[in-house]
Design a protein around this ligand. Sequence first.
Ligand code: AMP
Ligand code: MG
Length: 413
Amino acid sequence: MTLLTVQAAQARILERFRPVGNESIPLNRCAGRVLAQEIDSSDLPLFDNSSVDGFAVRSSDAAAASAALPLSLRVVADIPAGSSPATGIGKGQAARIMTGAPLPQGADCVVMVEDTDYNERAAGTPAPPQVRVFKAAQPGENVRTRGMDVRAGETVMRTGLRLRAQDIGLLAMLGIAQVSVFEKPRIALLSSGDELASVEQPLGPGKIRDTNSYTLGALIEGSGCEVLALGIAPDRREAIQALVNRAVELHASMIISSAGVSVGALDFIKEIVEAEGKLDFWRVNMRPGKPLAFGDYRGVPFMGLPGNPVSAFVGFEVFARPALEMLSGRSMDGKPTARAGIKVRLTEAIESDGRESYLRAIIEERDGSWYARLTGHQGSGNLLSLVQANALLIIPAGVKSLAIGSQADAWPL
Ligand code: AMP
Ligand code: MG
């Protein structure tokens, strides 16, 4: 079988994924969810209002006021925030106004209390009958005009946005109580291997901890998807089949397994998927994690990641994460949001074997440039080296060595 490039494998995987359905949920449950609608704004702010506590005045009155020549105005209204001004102001008049309160008719600017002889802000104090203004005011001063932040009709959020706190705040500002978001993809996750024991089980001779269920589970949740934790399948055909059937019954959007996809005699995954679906089993020109199974099991996309814990992690980052982004609706023009990489300089020489390599590295910024070094030996079972890393350093296919000072791309983790 041919050795696919990483990019070709990614492209073939992405073809298979479309967002799952939409649902409408209350705004206070939207954090981290992916927007499935465009949001068009109304005017923000909705009405002209004061940005300070002070006195709404006419700039034509106040144009020449100064400390030496204060302007005396009659206070004809008191406008707290949340009220609606009953009267306008005329020549020689002012209205006391609070931050956020609507500007009265006739006023076109606000003088801060600090620039008047009335600096009483305690709640409940009545407005004075007169006020003296010590500073000239320009038209529009201390006024937030209607539509100044956003104009009605402007599209402020697009489909595919993962909603952050500030996005949710803006939706609230616009009075959007129910939001259309993409459903959370449900990802069935299983580990395979006779040697595996979960963290709760006793560890018999020759057994190791099932690490991947936990690492991959955390990665899936971190990508905004739900984990259907199917546990560990021993190396028996019926056991594996039972778990993948369970995934289908649970209406999983995708099945992710780890291990059992190399050419070991006990690797049944391939056979099982092939019997009830279609398997594109690939050898990808990449390190770590050459074997990657991808296909379809009874209509559910299936991805078999390698078993070694570091390989499973890297396989997730390179192949599963973009697929989950597509399922989650985090796509633009049929492509998942591009991963932000940064350019780094190597502070050590690096040997590679010509496969596209994703190495565990520590990246650091010094004087505006980023530098990278590896976190020790790159064995694909050495999970501590991944724990110590803050980035994956990418050595392109075809490159066998890089000298100190060479440039490379890195994915911050
Ligand atoms: P396999 O692909 O089944 O040959 O597994 C490759 C290596 O990964 C073996 O050393 C397995 O013991 C190990 N391995 C497989 N699955 C897991 C897992 N879930 N957690 C930790 N190690 C695993
Ligand atoms: Mg195995």
